[in-house]
Design a protein around this ligand. Structure first.
Ligand SMILES: *Cc1c(COP(=O)(O)O)cnc(C)c1O
Length: 480
């Protein structure tokens, strides 16, 4: 299997070559040259691997699916990496991603029982093991530099803690994360994890990461890398739980299932698109957004319009607060018949200059729904509160704010005879303030998180200056 860039670059690369990379050299995103096809016999075999979610089933399924895309890691090693990653000890249940039934034909798929209680653990935990494996094989080290306002940073730290050959330097805006999120990140005492609280806002943190990445001499000397959501290995890991969700919601491989996905950067739902392109019988992929409705607008109108910072709302489902959807380019590449030149025209300088592109009059736009099965919808703060209350009253289940956006939009797209699965992307404890607003009580807290706010914290507070961050990195790693 070779990988190509969505912007038409001639290079073709193998999985391990792109594993540690972000963007392709032409600024595009990596995708496989073709999607491996899963026919009826193969689907039956995958269902048997998953084995109804019995112990080891999810890891076996992950190995089978990853093997279709990775041919430069020996099979026995890849299987061992999957088995080490997807364990009941880390994810809380033997099924790893159990379905919770709301009512007949309407389910939540629990993706947030990993170490940081958000679905990003599903991919990041595998990435940590893949990075450690590949770096050891090359005899190299990597220093991961990132900026976070919450979920991504903690998932990356919990995935990389204690891993050989990897250090993490994670910038966050000083005093702006919830006490729970701060406790999650800052209580890590692993030597290879460095929390840096920047005196500024999230954008200041991101600007510093950009500055450091643009300082090519520094980047090379200190082996700086990232783990952002455009990483192909992360997306690939997420394909697996669409299969696992499908097998749990059906008994026969001829049945169809629809999924609703709370979306921000379009990474999660893009993995659903890949699963559907492989032949998994997905009827509809419903994109649920919050007030930041870039994606809902596109799927309704054919116009993709990125938002300025003044136009980007701070909401009670903050992990979906995006101004542009960084993985969306992958889907548009397929929608445009894999025409790299057109993708480059839309997403390259065109988008920086115009801030939008318009496919409303292009015949391909209709295919987003008719051929690729996409629908969309939007949810607001008031919808979120109503949905959290309603699900709690009717089903005795507490859901988080992002999942509530998904449930609200899913209800608008249910069809008789087709099960609807909503991806549960976080647990309510992470967003306690809104749960209290909706239900008048604190969310349940899993036992291992009792009292984490009182643990000792390890964090370095710094002014928003790139040079200071660079000096800190230099001090904490051996020069390569
Ligand atoms: C990251 C995140 C999302 C958005 O996922 P994308 O892959 O960016 O679309 C939704 N919900 C939660 C809780 C998240 O952490």
């Amino acid at each position: 299997m070779r990988y190509l860039s969505t912007r038409g670059h001639a290079d073709r690369k193998r999985f391990c070559e792109i594993l540690l990379e972000g963007l392709a050299p032409d600024g595009g995103l990596y995708l496989p040259e073709r999607y491996p096809q899963v026919d009826a016999i193969a689907l039956q075999r995958l269902r048997e691997s998953f084995n109804g979610g019995r112990p080891g089933g999810y890891a076996a399924l992950a190995f089978e699916i990853l093997s279709l895309y990775i041919d430069d890691i020996p099979a026995a090693d890849l299987r061992a990496l999957c088995e080490k990653t997807y364990t009941e000890a880390v994810f809380g249940t033997p099924q790893i991603v159990p379905l919770k039934k709301l009512e007949d034909g309407f389910y939540l798929e629990a993706l947030s029982n990993g170490p940081t209680l958000a679905f990003k653990d599903m991919a990041m935990q595998l990435l940590g093991n893949l990075f450690e494996y590949e770096l050891a094989r090359r005899g190299e080290e990597l220093n991961i530099l990132g900026a976070t306002s919450g979920d991504t940073g903690s998932a990356a730290e919990y995935a990389m803690r204690g891993k050989h050959g990897v250090r993490v330097f994670m910038l966050s805006p000083h005093g702006r994360m919830s006490p729970f999120q701060q406790a999650q990140m800052f209580s890590l005492m692993d030597e290879n994890i460095h929390n840096i609280a920047i005196e500024g806002v999230f954008d200041d943190c991101q600007d510093i990461v950009k500055d450091v990445s643009n300082d090519l001499a520094f980047k090379r000397a200190y082996k700086i890398g990232t783990v952002n959501s455009i990483n192909w290995a992360r997306l690939l890991a997420q394909v697996v739980y669409y299969f696992a969700g499908y097998f749990q919601a059906t008994t026969k491989d001829t049945e169809q299932v629809s999924f609703t996905v709370p979306s921000g950067n379009f990474g999660n739902v893009c993995a659903g698109h890949v699963a559907r392109q492989m032949g998994l019988p997905i009827r509809t992929l419903v994109v649920a957004t919050n007030e930041n409705d870039v994606l809902d607008e596109f799927f309704r109108t054919g116009v993709y319009r990125v938002r300025g910072s003044a136009d980007t709302h701070e909401t009670s489902s903050p992990s979906m607060d995006i101004s542009k959807a960084s993985n969306f380019e992958r889907f548009v590449f397929d929608l445009l018949g894999r025409d790299g030149d057109r993708v480059k025209a839309f997403f390259g300088e065109g988008l920086s200059r115009e801030g939008r592109f318009d496919l409303s009059t292009d015949p391909v736009f209709a295919e987003a729904a008719s051929h690729y099965g996409f629908r969309s919808g939007k949810s607001t703060h008031a919808d979120r509160l109503d949905t959290i209350r309603d699900v709690h009253r009717r089903h005795r289940l507490m859901i988080d704010t992002h999942t509530a956006d998904g449930v609200k939009v899913a209800r608008e797209h249910r069809e008789a005879g087709t099960p609807m699965v909503v991806l549960e992307t976080a647990l309510p404890i992470k967003f306690a303030e809104t749960i209290v607003e909706a239900l008048g009580r604190q969310p349940d807290r899993p036992a291992q998180f009792q009292g984490i706010e009182d643990l000792p914290k390890r964090v370095k507070v710094m002014p928003a200056r790139t040079a200071d961050v660079q000096a800190f990195i230099a001090q904490h790693c051996a020069r390569a």
